[in-house]
Write a protein that binds this ligand. Structure first.
Ligand SMILES: *Cc1c(COP(=O)(O)O)cnc(C)c1O
Length: 393
C-alpha cells in the first residue's frame, strides 16, 4: 500500500509500530537492553534463530523506525543509522574494504571526509586518488586493479559542482567497484542516487534530515545484502558508532517536515541567488538552479525538485570585503553548519577550507572573496536586507 505514496506522505506514515498504548506520535524507546522471556529465548535471539531486539548497540525500535522512514524516502531496500555523517562514511569503508584496497574520490568533498581518506585510512594501507568532481575521464583513468570504492558528493561544497551520478555508476560497474554518494545537500526530496545507479547512499542526518540544528546523526542506505551481509551493519554493531534512540527520534520527527522544508529552502535560495546576481559588487554566483550554472542541464535532470539550499557567491575585494559581509549581518548566524532552519554564513577560505594549502585552495577555486550561505527558512526579504548591509557598505 505504501509503494504508491508521495514522499511527504511516506515521511508521515512509514516506520510506525504502535505500542500497547496506541500512541499517535511515535514513541521513544530509551533503553540500552531488552528483556527475554526465558533462557531459551535469549539463546535463540543471540544465535539469530529468532529475530528481535537484544541490545541498543545492535538494534533499537526507535532507530529502526527512523531507518524504515528514511529507506522509504530514498527508495532503498535497507538503511542502517549511525551516530554521525562521518561514522556513516567510516562504516562503508570498514564494512566493505580491506588493507590494500583503493578508493577514488571527488576532490570536492566535505573537509573531514578528505581528512579521513587521506590522513587516517592511508595508515591502514587504503589509498585514495582524488579526481575532479566533473571530469568522468579522470575517474576512468584513476581506476586500478584494487579499486573498490568510488565516492562523491553532489552538489559539491562550496562551489556547487554537479557530478554525473549515472555516468560514474557506469565507471564503477566497469571497475567492479561500489559507487557511494553522499546525498547530504540534496536529501531524497531532490535527488535519489540509488535510482541513478549508486550502490550506497550516505547521509549526515545532522543537516537537512533533522533540519533544525539539534542533533548529530547519519545513515547508510542501499541493497539489503550489501548493508546487512556485506559487513556494514556488522561493523556498526561490533564497533559501536550506532545512532542513539533519542537522536533517532528527533530525526524521525524531522523527516515529517522534510518535503516542505526542502521546497522552502530551494525557493528561498533561488530568490537570493537571483538577487545576488544583480548586485554590482558580486562577481559570481554559484547555484545549480541558475541558468548561468555551467551544469544547469545536468542539475535539472539529476535534482528533480530544485537547486537546494546552498548558494555560494564571490564579492569584489577579496577576504576583507567578504568578512565585511559576514560581520555586518545581524540576522544570519556566523557558523559553518548547514541544513538548519536558521540561515548560516561562512567564509570557506578561512574556515571549512582553511587548513588546506593555498595552492590546493587556488586549484579548487576557493578564493578570498568567496562566501557560502546556507539559506534557512526566514523571509528571503529579511535575508537580502541582512546581506545588503555588508555588500553596500
Ligand atoms: C556535515 C557533513 C558530513 C559529516 O556529517 P557529521 O554529521 O557532521 O559527521 C558529511 N558530508 C557532508 C556533505 C556534510 O555536509
Amino acid at each position: 500500500m505504501l509503494d504508491d505514496l508521495e514522499p511527504e506522505t511516506l515521511a508521515l506514515h512509514t516506520g510506525i509500530h504502535r505500542s500497547q498504548f496506541n500512541e499517535h506520535s511515535e514513541a521513544i524507546y530509551l533503553t540500552s537492553s531488552f528483556v527475554f522471556e526465558s533462557a531459551a529465548q535469549a539463546a535463540a535471539r543471540f544465535s539469530g534463530e529468532e529475530s528481535g531486539n537484544i541490545y541498543s548497540r545492535f538494534t533499537n525500535p526507535t532507530v529502526t523506525a527512523m531507518q524504515e522512514r528514511l529507506a522509504a524516502l530514498e527508495g532503498a531496500e535497507a538503511c542502517v543509522a549511525t551516530s554521525s555523517g562521518m561514522s556513516a562514511i567510516l562504516a562503508c569503508v570498514m564494512g566493505l574494504l580491506s588493507a590494500g584496497d583503493h578508493i577514488i574520490a571527488s576532490r570536492s568533498l566535505f573537509g573531514a571526509t578528505v581528512n579521513l581518506f587521506s590522513n587516517i585510512l592511508n595508515r591502514f594501507n587504503i589509498q585514495t586518488t582524488f579526481v575532479s568532481a566533473t571530469d568522468i575521464d579522470e575517474w576512468r583513468s584513476a581506476v586500478k586493479v584494487n579499486t573498490k570504492l568510488l565516492f562523491l558528493e553532489t552538489p559539491s561544497n562550496p562551489l556547487t559542482e554537479i557530478s554525473d551520478i549515472s555516468a560514474l555508476s557506469a565507471v564503477a560497474k566497469q571497475a567492479n567497484a561500489w559507487l557511494v554518494v553522499d546525498n547530504c545537500f540534496c536529501t531524497p526530496i531532490l535527488q535519489k542516487p540509488l535510482e541513478l545507479g549508486a550502490d550506497l547512499v550516505v547521509h549526515s542526518a545532522t543537516k537537512y534530515l533533522d533540519g533544525q540544528g539539534r542533533v548529530l546523526g547519519g545513515a547508510v542506505l542501499g541493497k539489503r545484502d550489501l548493508l546487512m551481509d556485506g559487513g556494514i551493519f556488522s561493523f556498526l554493531r561490533t564497533a559501536g558508532p550506532t545512532l542513539s534512540a533519542f537522536n533517532a527520534w528527533v530525526i524521525l520527527k524531522g523527516l515529517e517536515t522534510l518535503k516542505i522544508r526542502m521546497d522552502a529552502h530551494c525557493a528561498h535560495a533561488m530568490e537570493i541567488a537571483h538577487w545576488l546576481e544583480k548586485q554590482k559588487n558580486v562577481t559570481r554566483v554559484f547555484y545549480p538552479g541558475l541558468s548561468s550554472h555551467p551544469q544547469y542541464e545536468l542539475a535539472r535532470r539529476q535534482q528533480t525538485a530544485g537547486g537546494g539550499g546552498i548558494v555560494t557567491f564571490e564579492v569584489e575585494g577579496g577576504k576583507e570585503a567578504a568578512w565585511r559581509v559576514i560581520d555586518s549581518a545581524r540576522l544570519i548566524s556566523i557558523t559553518a553548519n548547514l541544513g538548519d532552519t536558521k540561515s548560516t554564513l561562512t567564509h570557506p577560505a578561512t574556515t571549512t577550507h582553511g587548513r588546506i594549502s593555498q595552492e590546493a585552495r587556488d586549484a579548487a577555486g576557493i578564493t578570498g572573496g568567496l562566501l557560502r550561505i546556507a539559506v534557512g527558512l526566514e523571509s528571503p526579504q529579511d535575508i537580502k536586507a541582512d546581506l545588503a548591509r555588508g555588500l553596500l557598505s
